[in-house]
Ligand binder design. Structure first.
Ligand SMILES: [Zn+2]
Length: 381
C-alpha cells in the first residue's frame, strides 16, 4: 500500500461543505465515544459492529447528516475503534495510557471514504467527492497502482486528498554494497564508508520566527477572530518546517536504499534519549525516528535489508582491534588507537555498527576464508 497526497483547491462553497462534513463527523465521533464510556461504566463493552448501526440512526435523526455518504460515517466508527485498539495495546504493554479523547473544533481534521467509485472517483482532472462535488486537484505526480481509499485532510487551513493505492513492490537490483550508519549530534549521520550527512538546522533557524508568532498568539484575545488568524499563521509555520524536514529525510532515505543491499542501524531507544535535555533538540531536529521508519518502509518494497544492532559501546570501541576507549567523552570528535587507527569518532562508530550486523560478522569471519560472496549468500543478499 502506498499513499499519495495531493493538494486540493476547493471553491468557497466546497470548502464550507468540507468543513460542515468534518463537523458532523466530529460530533458523531464524540457521541460514539460517549456511548463507549457509558457502556463501560455499566460493564457492557460496546463493539464496533454495534456502533456501525448508529450510522443509519444518525442519518435519519439529523438532516445535516442525511447528505453525507454512509461510508464517511462508517469510517468515523472504524477510526474510533482503532483509537480504542491502540489504547488497549498500550494498556497491555504498560505504556502511557492515553484514553481516546473527545475532539474539539480544531482537533478533528480528516474524513475518509473506502471504495473508489462509491463515494469518490476521479472525474477528468478533478476528484469527485459525494456531497462536496468536483474538487480541483493539483496532480503533481503520476499514480502507480490501483486506488483503494481516500482520506480528505485539513492541515493548517489547506486541504489535501490522501489516496491509498495498492501496487506491486518493485525490487531493486543488488548492488553488493553494505553500510553501517551512526546517528550523531554534530552530523545527522555518518556511514561506515566515511560519508557524512550534515544536520539541517531549519528548525532552529525558524525558531526565532516561531517565537515571534507564538508571542503574537498569546497577546490576542481568546475566542477572537484575530487570534484564530494568528493561530493559522502559526500552524502554517510548523507545517512548513515539517515539510522541509520530511522532504530532506525522504531524499536521504532514497539515496541509502538505492545504494546499499544491507543497512545496519543502531537500535536506539529514541524515547529515552529525547528525555535527555542536552541531546533532545538535535535529535528531534534530525527526525531520526522518521528516517528509520522511512528506511524500513522503503526496504520492504525495494527488497533491501535493514538491521538493528545493539548500540552499546559503538563509539567507544576501536573498529580495527576491538580495544575500548574508556576515557572518550561526548566532546571528543576524533579517536586514536594504539593499533594505529585514527578516525572520526562517528565514522568509527558506523564501522562498528556494520560489524555487529549479521553480514558484518560473517564478513569479519570470512575475510580469511571464503570471501564476501559466501557471506552475502548466508543472509540471502
Ligand atoms: Zn585499535
Amino acid at each position: 500500500m502506498l499513499c499519495y497526497r495531493f493538494r486540493l483547491y476547493p471553491t468557497k462553497t466546497q470548502e464550507k461543505d468540507l468543513a460542515a462534513t468534518l463537523d458532523v463527523c466530529r460530533t458523531f465521533y464524540n457521541g460514539l465515544l460517549d456511548e463507549r464510556k457509558v457502556g463501560y461504566e455499566n460493564s457492557h463493552t460496546v463493539t464496533k459492529t454495534e456502533q456501525l448501526r448508529r450510522v443509519k440512526e444518525l442519518k435519519s435523526a439529523r438532516p445535516e447528516a442525511a447528505s453525507i455518504h454512509s461510508h464517511v460515517l462508517q469510517v468515523v466508527a472504524a477510526d474510533l475503534d482503532k483509537a480504542f485498539q491502540n489504547f488497549f495495546r498500550r494498556v497491555k504493554s504498560g505504556e502511557t495510557l492515553g484514553y481516546p479523547r473527545y475532539k474539539g473544533r480544531d482537533q478533528f481534521d480528516s474524513f475518509g471514504l473506502k471504495e473508489l467509485g462509491n463515494g469518490f472517483k476521479i472525474d477528468g482532472r478533478r476528484l469527485k467527492v459525494s456531497g462536496i462535488g468536483r474538487v480541483a486537484v493539483r496532480w503533481h505526480r503520476e499514480i502507480v497502482g490501483t486506488i483503494k481509499t481516500v482520506r480528505i485532510t485539513r492541515r493548517a487551513g489547506k486541504w489535501y486528498a490522501c489516496l491509498a493505492c495498492e501496487c506491486e513492490a518493485e525490487t531493486l537490483p543488488r548492488t553488493g554494497e553494505v553500510v553501517g550508519i551512526d546517528v550523531g549530534i554534530s552530523h545527522l549521520l555518518a556511514t561506515s564508508d566515511g560519508e557524512f550527512v550534515e544536520n539541517p538546522r531549519w528548525y532552529r533557524a525558524g525558531q526565532k520566527d516561531l517565537r515571534r508568532v507564538q508571542r503574537s498568539v498569546a497577546r490576542k484575545k481568546t475566542g477572537g477572530s484575530n487570534r484564530r488568524k494568528t493561530v493559522l499563521q502559526l500552524q502554517r509555520h510548523h507545517e512548513r518546517v515539517k515539510n522541509r524536514r520530511q522532504d530532506f529525510l525522504n531524499k536521504v532515505a532514497h539515496r541509502l536504499i538505492s545504494r546499499y543491499d544491507l543497512i545496519a542501524l543502531e537500535d536506539l531507544r529514541i524515547k529515552n534519549m529525547v528525555r535527555n535535555h542536552h541531546l533532545s533538540k538535535s535529535i528531534m531536529d534530525a527526525g531520526w525516528n522518521y528516517l528509520t521508519q522511512k528506511l524500513e518502509d522503503k526496504a520492504v518494497s525495494a527488497g533491501r535489508l535493514v538491521e538493528f544492532v545493539p548500540a552499546a559501546y559503538t563509539s567507544k570501541t576501536c573498529s580495527r582491534c576491538g580495544a575500548i576507549f574508556e576515557n572518550l567523552t561526548l566532546s571528543d570528535r576524533w579517536v586514536d588507537c594504539a593499533c594505529g587507527l585514527s578516525l572520526d569518532r562517528d565514522h568509527n562508530a558506523a564501522v562498528n555498527i556494520l560489524c555487529r550486523s549479521r553480514l558484518g560478522q560473517s564478513r569479519w569471519v570470512s575475510t580469511q576464508g571464503t570471501g564476501l560472496s559466501v557471506a552475502q549468500e548466508a543472509v540471502g543478499l
